[in-house]
Design a protein around this ligand. Structure first.
Ligand code: 6R9
Length: 571
């Protein structure tokens, strides 16, 4: 265990006295900021955008958007008008409170207008990664009974519209869209739409966003978040992102990942700051240029990106002026101490780790700017949140004992349902009271939490959370494959790479050509990032008596580790 600490100058940060605030804080103190205080009803999109359009912030830039082809900016007033227009496009085709509207498109200003417009109608937005292939798209639209999909002409090829009976309308963002009963031209309708919209006032417990996330067993789960989450989005923007009025903030995440909505949309705009969104692919020079061009002050990214920037070399970064940066934050995977050291070397800033999950809706355990930092530790729970290490019965373990990282139920942004599967939802809670994260960790004597790994087998590759089951299911659709088991294999750059163990059907011979064919099959059927980089052929795979593939055994073989208890293993 490393106890090396890095201290901060605390005077100018938002959460100056963590211990004092932790001991006295109540979430009700934050609630006073929002409109439900007066009316009992609320809408997170109104609070994030429209509220500021009525103040001196109306002409402040809310969104700085850029990609390879576009460079645009929008004030809070313009964001209000354009999200109203997008809302009207959806309202005119019958979108109502509670309907699921899925958004399957690359980052663009329109994506953000549509997301906000959907939520303004009281409907539930379902953002999807543009990398998804047909099977992945279908699973999610089917499970959620989506009524409307907003996509581009390009991505429409991956939407099996005829196999989705609940899907009533497909809104296409693009040129020369042929309209009929099903297909709607976004651009034409957006131009004609009114910029005035009656925001639907909803209960704070009403749903607003549905993020699908992978588990190690079963299909991807729809994690439902409600408007009430805004309390924590807002407060963590202050405490953890340390956002202040004159900040220019950049969160690099795509809205297909919860980080790209909670911290790419809601948190910065609830806090009323200028938000940078960069479309297109990762490229080190592009990213440094983005930081320089917009004079970004607060930057939220992920260890995989930091590691790739590190890999691009310290010479490259010297070509850019990053002197505007004052606070750097990380999420998604454990933040390696070497990365923190690199950050200090090249920017003179500490990178602050934050731990949370799709299911938790916002940050829970963090390194605050005002806190002494222990590199390699995730930090401490935010005020208003109780975290502990518990055993499998829910008993709290003493310091330095590894166990289940658990959170006392009831923080404002906690998920409220797994769509269509309340049994799964209930299974997250031990003894009714502790939310069990599925991560293992320990807490030291000073209350710092140290991440150890996933208890189940979910793979984190380049910051994407990939469930082995989804990949295995796809592999089994390949005519040559009898059995497949997928694991994450540690990789210094990507966190993990995907390795597949495959047993072939009779009559098929292993070959390099077949490996390539299998890889392409997953690429086309699921997503490029889900395709196994390594494939190994086996006569058969280790399985439990109930037929579950034992990935931990595959992993142990691969890494030459002890296999652990094999009592449930089939013969
Ligand atoms: C926001 C997000 C959640 C899982 C989580 C854990 C891993 C996230 C981490 C971290 C170590 C951190 N994770 N942050 N592990 N240190 N700071 O990532 O949501 O995609 O649902 O993933 O990611 O394993 O349980 P999600």
């Amino acid at each position: 265990m490393t106890t090396q600490t890095l201290s901060a100058k605390t005077d100018h940060y938002n959460l100056k006295n963590y211990d004092e605030v932790y001991n006295s804080f109540q979430w009700s103190q934050v609630e006073q900021n929002f409109s439900w205080h007066a009316t009992g009803l609320v809408n997170i999109a109104h609070e994030a955008i429209d509220r500021h359009a009525k103040t001196e912030k109306a002409n402040k830039v809310a969104l700085y958007y850029s990609d390879q082809y576009r460079k645009e900016q929008y004030t809070f007033k313009e964001m209000k008008d354009y999200s109203n227009k997008a809302g009207n496009v959806l309202k005119n085709i019958g979108v109502n409170k509670g309907n699921r509207v899925f958004i399957f498109m690359p980052r663009s200003p329109e994506l953000y207008f549509v997301l906000l417009g959907t939520i303004k109608l009281g409907a539930i937005a379902g953002p999807l990664f543009e990398a998804f292939m047909e099977g992945a798209v279908k699973d999610r639209l089917e499970d959620s009974s989506a009524k409307v999909l907003v996509t581009t002409s390009e991505l429409l090829k991956r939407v099996p519209v005829n196999e989705l009976p609940n899907l009533e309308k497909v809104v296409i963002v693009g040129e020369d869209v042929k309209e009929d009963e099903t297909y709607i031209d976004f651009t034409k309708n957006f131009e004609q739409a009114s910029a005035t919209l009656d925001v639907k006032w909803v209960d704070r417990e009403d749903g607003m966003i549905l993020h699908y996330t992978s588990g190690s067993t079963g299909k991807p789960k729809g994690v439902l978040h409600v408007h009430n989450a805004m309390i924590q989005h807002y407060q963590t923007a202050k405490w953890v992102l340390d956002l202040k009025d004159d900040d220019v903030y950049w969160c690099t995440a795509d809205p297909g990942w919860v980080t790209g909505t909670t911290y790419g949309v809601f948190a910065p705009w609830l806090a009323g700051v200028s938000n940078v969104i960069r479309g297109g692919r990762f490229s080190p020079s592009d990213w440094y240029q983005t930081l320089e061009n917009y004079n970004v002050t607060v930057w939220y990214s992920a260890p995989t990106a930091f590691r790739m920037l590190m890999g691009a070399g310290d010479e490259l970064i010297k070509n850019y002026n990053l002197s505007s940066l004052r606070h750097v934050v990380s999420v998604g995977e454990p933040l390696n101490p070497e990365v923190i050291r690199w950050g200090i070397k090249v920017t003179n800033l500490r990178i602050h780790d934050t731990w949370w999950m799709t299911e938790t809706g916002s940050q829970l355990i963090c390194n605050y700017p005002s806190m002494e930092m222990k590199p390699g530790s995730m930090g401490k729970p935010i005020p208003g949140v109780e975290a502990a290490i518990v055993d499998d019965e829910g008993n709290v373990l003493p310091p330095n004992r590894m166990g289940n990282l658990a959170i006392k139920k009831g923080w404002p942004s906690m998920m409220r349902a797994i769509w269509n599967n309340m049994e799964k939802y209930e299974s997250y809670f031990l003894a009714g009271d502790w939310y069990v994260s599925g991560d293992s960790a320990y807490m030291d004597e000073e209350g710092y939490f140290w991440f150890q790994g996933r208890i189940d087998d979910v793979i984190m590759t380049s910051g994407e959370r990939v469930g082995p089951f989804e990949i295995e299911s796809k592999l089994l659709e390949h005519p040559a494959i009898a059995e497949a088991g997928v694991i994450g294999k540690p990789d210094p750059v990507r966190g993990e790479i995907i390795k597949a163990f495959i047993a072939l059907r009779d009559g098929y011979e292993q070959s390099a050509e077949l490996q390539e064919d299998i890889r392409n099959f997953v690429k086309k059927g699921l997503a490029a990032h889900a395709a196994p980089r390594e494939i190994e052929f086996k006569d058969k795979l280790p399985k439990t008596r109930s037929g579950k593939i034992m990935r931990r055994v595959l992993k142990a073989w691969e890494l030459d580790l002890p296999t652990g208890d094999l009592s449930t293993m089939e013969d």
